[in-house]
Design a protein around this ligand. Sequence first.
Ligand code: COA
Length: 260
Amino acid sequence: MANYDTITVEKRGRVAVLTINRPDKLNALNKQVHAEGVAALDELRGDDSVKVLIITGAGERSFIAGADISEFEGQTPVTQRDLFHEKTFFNSIDAFPKPVIAMVNGFCLGGGNELAMACDLRICSGKARFAQPEINLGIMCGGGGTQRLTRLVGEGRSMEMVLTGDMIDAETAHRFGLVNHVYQAAELEAKTMELAEKIAEKAPIALQLSKEAVKFASRSNLDEGLRREVDLFAICFSTEDKKEGVAAFLEKRKPVFKGR
Ligand code: COA
């Protein structure tokens, strides 16, 4: 992996952990984080040894406290729009072919919550706090907040978060369906790794196609979605891993998937 200044990437067997590393700024997303995040995902995408990616924030206090507000100064509508129309970190995560888990260890605000929602699964500690506080700055969400939050939690809850900017705690986020699991801070990492390892054992092509199909569900109507699902299902029948999975079941043994 290349060396980065604002992020770190560590490989732990089949799981890679990408950490936003600006703890003194509560891991706020500046332009460099976006650029380095996109570059790291491009590297990890082609690395066959990595099956699952975890994204987290450095330090004890924050996952990501949002966009770096200091960079809003001097932005014009055109430069800000260009920035978010370019290949953003959010979009690179959304398009990443392998499962991505957000491990939320503290503040998950604004662009931080948008980034977590671009991931496939969100696991948090009991001290995590979630908000879309853009409204308090006289602006609104621009990294997918109004769209992904509404799909995840429903219009009423999304509307309240977006219009008030108020923080919700981990239990509320869990009840809303914004996060999959809440753990005590001390066990967050172990529990997240356990989940990542469990997913990393599955057949990589089937994981990729399943992810594509689930994501398509909120981007299509039911008939289109059902058609896409059956096409992707059929593609699984061309893989060696399908033969291995079926044979292993019939032979009463654990399958060994190869990603082919
Ligand atoms: N952009 C830039 N810097 C940020 C930041 C952000 N989104 N969030 C926090 N920081 C910086 C602070 O400026 C401070 O830097 P400094 O020590 O150089 O002054 C440092 O991170 C620590 O934050 P601080 O505000 O002192 O911590 P706190 O515990 O008092 O408050 C928050 C924590 C999260 C409540 C507060 O930092 C906050 O409201 N941040 C902005 C959240 C936000 O609106 N995000 C959406 C942006 S669109």
